[in-house]
Design a protein around this ligand. Structure first.
Ligand code: SAM
Length: 233
C-alpha cells in the first residue's frame, strides 16, 4: 500500500521540526522536494541520507503523472517544500489532490507555517481569519484589495521585502490610513520583528527602514460597529 506523507519543515529555526517529521523522513524511501539543494542541507543537518527528487512550482502540472508513478512504486514517499508546509503558497496541492483522486493514502503532518505565528503574534483576533497568500501582482490585485477592505475577519498576506512599502501604500489607499496592521518579519529567526500600528505608521517606518528577509502582513478586520456609528453621525 503506497502512502504520501506531507512533512512541514522549519521556516527559519531548525529546532522547529517535530520528532514525528524527523522519524517520517528517516523511514521514507523517497523524498519529493521543491528545491533538492535546500532539502539536502536540512537532511544533512538531521544526518539523514535519502533519495531526493525535484517537485517544484514550475513543473508541478507536468510532473504529476511521473510523481504518481513513483509514489505507487514505493510504499512510503515524503513531500517537502523549501520551508513551512507544502501546499501553503508552495507546490503540493495538485499532487495531494491527484493522490486523493487516484486512491493513494495521504498523511499530513502538522508543523511550521508562517501564517500561524504571524496571526497569533499580531494580537488581532485569530478565532476566524482569512489567508490570502501572495496577492496577484497585476490582474485581480485591486479586486482582492477591495474585498479585504470590507473583510470583518483578520486577513493574512505573504509579501516580499522589496514589495512591502508598495503593498502598505495600497492598504492605506484601499482601507484608510488608520486601519490597524502588523508586519511580522523573519519569524523564528534571530532578527524576528513584529511591527504593529496604523497602515500609515507602519508604512512610514518601512520607508525609513527598508526591510530585508521574509514578511507576513496581518490586517485587522473592518470594525463594523465603528462603520455603523460613523454612518449615523
Ligand atoms: N510554505 C510556507 C509556509 O508554510 O508558510 C510559505 C512559503 S512561501 C513561498 C514564502 C513566504 O512565506 C515568504 O515570502 C513570507 O511571506 C512567508 N514566510 C516564510 N517564512 C517566513 C518567516 N520566517 N518569517 C516571515 N514570513 C515568512
Amino acid at each position: 500500500m503506497s502512502k504520501l506523507y506531507i512533512v512541514p519543515t522549519p521556516i527559519g529555526n531548525l529546532e522547529d521540526i517535530t520528532l514525528r517529521s524527523i522519524r517520517t523522513l528517516k523511514e521514507t524511501e523517497l523524498i519529493f522536494a521543491e528545491d533538492t539543494r535546500v532539502t539536502k542541507k536540512l537532511l544533512s543537518h538531521l544526518d539523514i541520507q535519502k533519495p531526493v527528487h525535484p517537485f517544484h512550482a514550475h513543473n508541478e502540472h507536468k510532473s504529476l503523472n511521473s510523481a504518481i508513478d513513483k509514489i505507487k512504486a514505493n510504499s512510503h514517499t515524503v513531500l517537502v517544500s523549501d520551508a513551512g508546509t507544502p501546499g501553503i503558497s508552495d507546490p503540493g496541492f495538485l499532487l495531494i489532490r491527484e493522490c486523493i483522486t487516484k486512491g493513494i493514502d495521504i498523511e499530513c503532518l502538522p508543523g511550521p507555517a508562517a501564517v500561524i505565528p504571524a496571526i497569533v503574534g499580531s494580537g488581532f483576533p485569530c478565532d476566524r481569519f482569512v489567508f490570502e497568500g501572495f496577492l496577484p501582482h497585476k490582474k485581480g490585485r485591486q479586486t482582492r484589495l477591495l474585498a479585504i477592505a470590507e473583510e470583518v475577519r483578520t486577513t493574512v498576506l505573504y509579501e516580499s521585502p522589496h514589495r512591502l512599502v508598495k503593498c502598505l501604500g495600497q492598504i492605506e489607499e484601499f482601507m484608510g490610513k488608520d486601519r490597524q496592521i502588523c508586519v511580522a518579519r523573519e519569524l523564528t529567526k534571530l532578527y524576528e520583528e513584529f511591527r504593529r500600528g496604523s497602515a500609515s505608521e507602519v508604512k512610514a517606518y518601512y520607508e525609513a527602514h527598508p526591510p530585508k528577509g521574509e514578511i507576513v502582513i496581518i490586517i485587522e478586520g473592518v470594525q463594523t460597529k465603528k462603520v455603523k456609528n460613523e454612518k449615523t453621525v
